[in-house]
Write a protein that binds this ligand. Structure first.
Ligand code: NDP
Length: 328
């Protein structure tokens, strides 16, 4: 019986159990491409899955991990051949389909994106789902017609994964980036990524007024709740906020005032079921637009054995930037 090393999550009477062990290749789920996973990451959603703090995992046993990069080992689909380097983000991987914290994964060819030329698998996972989602947010703002000369852009959860990549991308594109963070000690880090101004996240996290002073034309929000409501209330006429996260909360205690009085738009961003053409566009833009030195500056690398502890740390807001997991 062929086996491979994996982190296996089980559901017991006392909650979720996590253990490293050997997983039988014969027990992999359906799919037409088998990938030798070389790198994964720890995203916020991975933290939720690993701690069981939210019902991310909906199939047991599960191999957690929502994204990976690796090399195709076997393929029944002409789109991929053994040796091809690929990226996977989402599609229920680590939720309903066996996931990334393992040496092997079997998935549908349609789910895979070819690794862009000039990018290595470690860099792809330094970007990971958080960085790819940041790119989707930037694309959403651009498709809304917004550009740097229209005014400043605000990024919340700035020192986190989505926030760090969003700042680097927006600054490179010429935006004046206002970074909102709860970690004042990370001001130099955020300025290094390209933030022009740093604000304390407490300015945005409490209940606010339906309309506030107009401060920015655009925003990338990884936080939700009162923060997103305040972002909307402070957006200039005709602006838009791309919302992708819930680090403060899933609620949205907002009013319609910004929409009906200032023509503000709220742009929802989902990475999990995002159609393939948009994924290819996002990964292409990440390959061309994201400064690799900035990516390296926001990245730490850990072995697979450390994902459980890092999953707890990311939910506690203790992870800066991005974490690459070397699957080995
Ligand atoms: P991180 O933990 O890396 O970043 C989140 C950041 O939010 C933290 O670093 C912190 O930034 C800030 N934050 C944390 N707690 C609070 C709080 N209570 N109030 C206000 N700010 C807070 O996570 P990711 O970047 O990986 O993900 C960010 C969010 O985006 C998550 O909610 C995640 O689920 C979501 N997401 C959604 C996707 C989608 O498809 N829609 C895909 C990927 C992520 P700081 O210390 O700077 O204040």
């Amino acid at each position: 019986m062929t086996t491979f090393k994996a982190l296996i999550a089980g559901k017991g009477e006392t909650g979720t159990s996590l253990a490293f062990g050997d997983f039988a290749e014969a027990d992999l789920m359906e799919g037409d491409v088998t990938v030798r996973v070389t790198h994964s990451t720890v995203n916020y959603k991975d933290g939720l899955a690993l701690t069981g703090r939210a019902p991310v995992v909906r199939r047991w046993p599960m191999i957690p991990g929502i994204d990976f990069a690796g090399r195709v080992e076997a393929s029944d689909n002409p789109a991929f051949k053994p040796g091809d380097l690929v990226i996977l983000n989402g599609w229920g991987t680590g939720e309903t389909h066996l996931g990334a914290y393992a040496q092997k994964s079997r998935v549908k060819a349609d789910w895979l994106v070819p690794l862009p030329e000039g990018m290595n698998p470690g860099e792809a996972m330094a970007i990971g789902t958080a960085g790819y989602t940041a790119m989707l947010c930037v694309l959403a703002l651009e498709k809304h017609g917004l550009k740097p000369s229209d005014g400043p852009v605000v990024v919340t959860g700035a020192a986190g994964g989505v926030g760090s990549v969003a700042i680097a991308l927006l600054a490179k594109a010429g935006w004046h980036v206002i970074a909102s963070t709860g970690r004042a000690e990370e001001a130099d880090y955020l300025k290094g990524l390209g933030a022009a101004e740093i604000i304390d996240r407490n300015e945005l996290s409490a209940p606010g007024r339906p309309l506030g002073k107009e401060r920015w034309i655009a925003g990338v929000d990884a936080v939700g709740a009162h923060t997103l409501a305040n972002l909307l209330s402070m957006t200039k006429y005709g602006g838009a906020i791309a919302a992708c996260g819930l680090a403060q909360g899933m609620d949205l205690p907002a009013s319609v005032a910004p929409f009906i009085l200032r023509n503000v738009a709220l742009l929802g961003v989902d990475s999990v079921m995002c159609p393939k053409p948009r994924r290819l566009e996002a990964w292409g833009r990440l390959a061309s637009d994201l400064d690799r030195d900035k990516l390296a500056a926001m990245t730490t690398t850990i072995p697979l054995e450390d994902v459980i502890e890092t999953g707890r740390a990311i939910l506690d807001g203790k992870v800066r930037g991005r974490v690459v997991v070397e699957v080995g």
